[in-house]
Write a protein that binds this ligand. Structure first.
Ligand SMILES: *Cc1c(COP(=O)(O)O)cnc(C)c1O
Length: 362
């Protein structure tokens, strides 16, 4: 089996894979209701959130479904959204606003750039009608971890609601919902939580849904899901087997010591990769201090195309991930998420070393 170094879907542990084989279940039965409630509680517990103030709303779909549900359900018709862009996923948030006719403006940066807080403050001063700000926590495009503490402080001062795409950070990076003033965050089962693709979710402050307006969509309306899930139901069929796997993955995370333990394990893996590649002359795109522990981007070693590099590594059992857009030809990405052993990562570094040290010119 290949070791997946792409940022989800991830390699599954045996216990998560086996959970997929549990009994067939109707989503209108009490067993489903209990399964759903357990998942909702465990998702809140990861970051010590109270169920009175917060709700985990489960949707069947990929991470983008959760992003779209968050933006369309929480920005009211008379609201105005500011989207911060510094990668593919920030730009996706803008596309969502655009498609749904939500009034929005963007603070654009080149991919990988640090968010320019001075420009942000100026923009907010000039647009005092902005009610919501949407931003990506970990920009998987480059591995940059955006500083939510600073953004949160700026938003709280101005009473702006902070909507976060935490799809590739939830479960492995710090998320201080209360002190950073987060209103909602979108995430998925199959990234840092180590579940199966098919279920995504939004963690949302309950009072932010209270003044929810007429829904903009039928399928992605958070308030509808939340009301029914609070009563043990679901408006639509959920991905039952994926729920089984997610419940198991959450149990596994809890037993392993929660998000902090996962963070420190990923951190060990990513240091091993950065140090190992650096010793061979392979440079990271961003410094470690600006990067997540979940994914790092590296410049391709001189003389190799991405395809050649990818195919050689795949032949040795490792799936790396290409850069997007203009970065497609210059970088590759390595993610630490999933059931990956330290020894798998050590061998990855050894395989790269062996590969790039072959002299093709002779
Ligand atoms: C993976 C990812 C998504 C969602 O992608 P899907 O393919 O819809 O699961 C959204 N935002 C970020 C930051 C991601 O890494």
């Amino acid at each position: 089996m290949n070791i997946l170094l792409n940022p989800g879907p991830v390699n599954l542990s045996d216990r998560v894979r086996n959970a997929l084989l549990r009994p067939d279940l109707c989503h209108r039965e009490v067993e489903f209701s209990q399964l759903q409630s357990t998942i909702r509680e465990k998702l809140l517990q990861i970051y010590d959130l109270s169920g009175e103030r917060w709700a985990a709303v489960l949707l069947t779909g990929s991470g983008t479904a959760a992003m779209e549900a968050m933006v369309t359900s929480l920005v009211p018709r008379n609201g105005k959204l500011l989207v911060i862009e510094n990668g593919v996923y920030g730009e996706r948030l803008s596309k969502i606003a655009n498609i749904h006719g939500i009034e929005y403006t963007t603070l654009h940066h080149p991919w990988g750039a640090e968010i320019d807080l001075k420009r942000l403050v100026t923009l907010l001063d000039e647009n005092d009608d902005i009610t919501h700000l949407a931003v990506v926590h970990h920009e998987t495009t480059t591995g940059r971890l955006n500083n939510l503490a600073q953004l949160g402080a700026i938003c709280q001062e101005r009473k702006i609601q902070l909507l976060v795409d935490a799809v590739s950070s939830f479960g492995a990076e710090e998320l201080n919902f209360e002190s950073w003033g987060i209103t909602a965050c979108a995430a998925t089962a199959n990234k840092c939580l180590h579940g199966v693709p098919g279920t995504a979710f939004v963690i949302v402050r309950r009072d932010a849904m209270a003044d929810a307006n007429t829904p903009r969509t039928l399928y992605l309306d958070l308030a509808t899901y939340c009301q029914q899930q609070d009563k043990g139901g679901t408006p639509f069929t959920q991905s039952v087997q994926v729920f089984y796997a997610l419940a198991e993955a959450l149990q596994e995370l809890e037993e392993a010591g929660g998000w902090r333990a996962r963070h420190s394990y990923y951190s060990q893996l990513v240091s091993l990769v950065r140090d190992g590649l650096f010793a061979m002359g392979i440079q990271p795109l961003l410094p470690a201090t600006s990067s997540s522990v979940v994914l790092n981007a590296f410049y391709l070693p001189e003389g190799f195309s991405y395809d050649e590099f990818h195919d050689q590594l795949k032949a040795q059992g490792y799936v790396i991930y290409a850069g997007q857009g203009t970065l497609a030809k210059s970088i590759f990405r390595v993610s630490t998420m999933g059931a990956i052993a330290r020894a798998d990562m050590e061998r990855f570094v050894a395989v790269v070393k062996q590969f790039i040290s072959v002299d093709y010119s002779s």
